[in-house]
Design a protein around this ligand. Structure first.
Ligand SMILES: [Fe+2]
Length: 161
């Protein structure tokens, strides 16, 4: 019996330490890498803007100052979507990019997701900052660094720099 109690207590201590460790672990900023640079002004500008935005969110989360500053993040995200994503689409449309519809669909998904985060935020979901951070980091890794690469080859062939 005593063994069971001691063993349960030590497991609980372990779980608590793990939890506290996770809470204290700071998120890391994204450091701009040379391989993120595609040498196409419009695209690089858009990607730098997004990295800057994710880093601002990261700092807010680390300072535990996120929820009260979320309107600023949403404002920047909407500007990013309306300005940079649309500019990318216009450029691709003007040059006759064959997979434009598929690419636009991905952007549409991003915009809808941001809208739904904003709605959830209005209803005061406390995990919103971290969930948004996870979504944006994933978008950066998968859309920006992988999917956008496909349009780079096309744009370079068209002589865009
Ligand atoms: Fe894109």
């Amino acid at each position: 019996m005593i063994f069971v109690i001691v063993s349960t207590l030590s497991s609980l201590t372990f779980v608590c330490k793990e939890f506290v460790g996770k809470m204290e672990r700071k998120l890391k900023n994204i450091k701009w890498q040379p391989e993120y640079e595609f040498h196409i002004k419009v695209i690089d500008e858009s990607h730098r803007k997004l990295v800057d935005l994710i880093n601002r969110l990261t700092e807010m989360i680390n300072r535990q100052a996120c929820p009260e500053n979320m309107s600023e993040i949403f404002f920047s995200l909407i500007h990013y979507a309306e300005h940079y994503l649309i500019r990318e689409e216009i450029l691709l449309r003007d040059l006759g990019y064959p997979q434009l519809d598929q690419h636009k669909e991905k952007h549409h998904f991003f915009i809808e997701k941001i809208k739904s985060f904003r709605e959830k935020f209005s209803s005061e979901n406390p995990d919103i900052c971290r969930d948004l951070y996870d979504f944006l980091s994933e978008w950066f890794q998968n859309h920006v660094l992988k999917y956008d690469k496909e349009i780079i080859t096309f744009l370079k062939k068209k002589g865009i720099s």
